[in-house]
Design a protein around this ligand. Sequence first.
Ligand SMILES: C[S@@+](CC[C@H](N)C(=O)[O-])C[C@H]1O[C@@H](n2cnc3c(N)ncnc32)[C@H](O)[C@@H]1O
Ligand code: SF4
Length: 456
Amino acid sequence: MNATVGAKLVAKYDVPGPRYTSYPTVPYWDSTPTQEQWVERVQSALRASAEHGAALYLHIPFCRALCTFCGCNTRITRSHGFIQPYTAAVLAELDIYLRQLELAQLDLGELHFGGGTPTFLTRDELEALLTGLGTRVRLRADAVASIEVDPRVTTGEQLELLAHYGFRRLSLGVQDFDTRVQEIVNRVQSEEQVRAVTEAARALGFDSVNYDLIYGLPLQTRASIEATMDAVCRLRPDRIALYGYAHVPWIKPGQRRFTESDLPEGGAKRTLYELGRERLERAGYREIGLDHFALESDGLWQALRRGTLHRNFMGYSTAFTRPLVGLGVSAIGDAGDAFAQNEKELQRYQERVARGELPLQRGHLLDAEDQVLRQHILRLMTRLETRWDDPADYTAYLQTAAQRLAEPAADGLVTLEDQTCRVTDLGRAFLRNICMAFDARLARRVPDKALFSRTV
Ligand SMILES: C[S@@+](CC[C@H](N)C(=O)[O-])C[C@H]1O[C@@H](n2cnc3c(N)ncnc32)[C@H](O)[C@@H]1O
Ligand code: SF4
C-alpha cells in the first residue's frame, strides 16, 4: 500500500467494528433460545450433517498469569483445586446434551480445546478429561482434533497424551518475541521454549502447528516486528494467525495496565501488519482471509483453494462442520439458525450444570434476513467475494448493498459488478469495514456505547 494513500484510507476507515466470527455479532443477539428450542435446533443440525458429524468446542479458562493484552475469558490461578470440579462439570454438561438429544455418543468431525490455557491441566488432569470424553464422543476417522497451548506450560508428556488421543493440530500462543514487548504485556517466553514445543509436536505426528502472533501491542516497532518475523520464519510453523490487537479496556480492565500512548495506532499499527505480511510472503506463506497465513502444504491453504474454508467462533477452519456444540464456561454453540453462549462466570456455570440445566446465558435465533446476510459475510471473510443475484437468497437489505459499497469502490477497496463484490488487494486491510456494508443490524442500531475494537 502506497504510504500516502494508506494513511488517508486508514484515517477514513479506522472505526470501531466487529471481527465477524458470527453474524449477527454477539452484541446484537436479542432472542435467547429456551433450552428446548436450543436442543431442537442442535438436533435438526445434527440430522442435516449426519455425513460430517458435529464440532465440539471445549473451553478451559485457567491460566497461570494474566497477559495484560488478553481479551479471552480466563480465570487466573496457580491452584489446581478448581480443575476436577470444572472438568466434572464439563462432562456433566455433555451428559445433559446426550440425554436431551437421546444419543449414547456424539459423533464428531471436529474437536477443539481452547481457552484460557488447556495445557494448564497437568498430564493426569488432561487424561481424566480425555478418558471421560472418550466414552461420550466418537471421533470419526477423518476428524480434526486441535488444541491451543501456551509453550511456557506445555510438556512433552502432555503432547504425547494428546497425540495418543488423536490430536494432530496444535496452536501455540507466541504473540511477540521482543523482550521489551513481552515484559510490558507480562508474557515472557523464549524462542527456545517455542522451538522445543514445536519440535516435540512434530516428532509426535502433529501435522499442523499454528503460531498466534499479535500486531499493535505496546512498544512494538517496525524493527521489533521484523525481528519477531525472522524468528517465526526460522521456526517455520505451518500456519500463523497475525491478530490485530483488540484494545477493549472497558471490557478487559487488565489492558489498562499499560499506557495507551505506548500503543501503535492507525497507520502505524497497519504498517506493522504490512511488514509482517511481506516478510511471511517472502518466506512462502500465503495470506488467508483476515489476519491468517499458511504454507501451501497446510490444510488451511488447500481448503481455501478447494472452496471449503470456513470461519466460526474458533477462527478459520478447513471444513464446514455444524452444529458446533460449546462446552464449558463462556463457550458458544452454533446450530446454523441459532447461537447460544454459556454462563461466563465460573461459579454460576458450575451451579447451573449441577442443577441438571444447560447453562445457556444468552443467544440468538436467526431470522430469515440474518441467515442470508450471514452467508455473504462468511463468503467475504473466507473467499473475499460475494454475489447476491440468486433469487433464493433474496433479502431487501441486499438491494441497497451497492449503494453502501460505492464509496469503498471509489476508494479502490472493492470492485462491484453484476451484483458481485470482490475485495481488492488494497481492500484486504479493510475487510471488516467491507463486511459492515452487509450488517443490517449494525446499520439499524448504531451502538451508543463502546462495543467493538477498531477495524484497523
Ligand atoms: C486462548 S489464547 C491461546 C492459548 C494460550 N492461552 C496462550 O496464550 O498461549 C488465544 C489467542 O488470542 C489472542 N488474543 C488474546 N487477546 C487478544 C487481543 N486483545 N487482541 C488480539 N488477539 C488477542 C492471542 O494471540 C492468544 O494466543
Ligand atoms: S493470552 Fe493466553 S495465557 Fe495469556 S492470559 Fe490470555 S488466554 Fe491466558
